[in-house]
Write a protein that binds this ligand. Structure first.
Ligand SMILES: O=C(CO)[C@H](O)COP(=O)(O)O
Length: 252
């Protein structure tokens, strides 16, 4: 953890479940909140399930987020959802630049930066994802790739808007494989240096999350690492029990 920074445990539900599932999952998280007093919690349902999740929370105290937004404010952009629409639906956050968006939709750093700026202007906190592929790690390029993604994906207002960076090595997502604690530490230390250099006076306390096969059994060790200020959880966030167990693993 980073001294003075309140941890954030975020659940990315991806494209899973029905309205009924979303209501039950959100209610399960809300009902178990007292197990995780040491962290802020964020759930990111699919767009169509945002309203039932928000209603279940009574709009608080678990934050709600989208999984993407348009860089455009409105207009003829079929299929897109604007940042203002997310805010209107009860969101306080939005995940941007997830590796699945970068891979499935060809999103570039410049596009992610534009989306993050749009999110900030709509009053949302962007959670910008970065991370290397397995080939990039094997080639010894992991830190350089992540540093370049940070340089290219974060808009100038990012740190002042309390933007969050999530390190998610692509090869660790949904695979059950995680980097070693030493590798996570090395990457998060590098990320801290990059963000602090880019945003002097603010980047030192920017929340840096780790994501990629986080589960109850490995959460405590990962969350105890310096410069790891929380987690972005995929599969394990689909069970309230597991998500809350991860949040409860935040060091006191
Ligand atoms: O979604 C994640 C959180 O964004 C990330 O992809 C990790 O997924 P997981 O490996 O299923 O936890």
């Amino acid at each position: 953890m980073t001294p003075g920074v309140r941890p954030l445990i975020a659940g990315n539900w991806k494209m899973n479940g029905t309205l009924r599932d979303a209501a039950a999952l959100a209610e399960g998280v809300r009902a178990g909140l007292d197990r995780a007093p040491g962290a802020d919690l964020l759930i990111c349902p699919p767009f169509l399930h945002l309203h039932v999740a928000a209603a279940s929370m009574g709009w608080k105290p678990v934050a709600i987020g989208g999984q993407d937004c348009s860089a455009e404010a409105n207009g003829a952009h079929t299929g897109d959802v604007s940042a203002a629409m997310l805010a209107d639906a009860g969101c306080g956050f939005v995940i941007l630049g997830h590796s699945e968006r970068r891979a499935d939709h060809g999103e570039t750093d410049a596009q992610v930066q534009a989306k993050a700026q749009a999110a900030i202007e709509a009053g949302l906190i962007p959670v910008v994802c970065v991370g290397e592929t397995e080939a990039q790690r094997d080639a010894g390029e992991a830190e350089a790739v992540v540093a370049a993604q940070i340089a290219g994906s974060l808009p100038p207002d990012f740190a002042a808007a309390k933007g969050v960076v999530a390190y998610e090595p692509v090869w660790a997502i949904g695979t059950g494989r995680t980097p070693t604690e030493a590798d996570i530490s090395a990457m998060h230390n590098r990320m801290r240096a990059e963000v602090a250099a880019r945003f002097p006076g603010l980047g030192e306390t920017t929340r840096l999350l780790y994501g990629g096969s986080v589960k109850p059994s490995n959460a405590a060790a990962i969350l105890a690492l310096p410069n790891v200020d929380g987690a972005l959880v995929g599969g394990a966030s689909l069970k309230a029990e597991d998500f809350l167990a991860i949040a409860a693993a935040v060091p006191a």
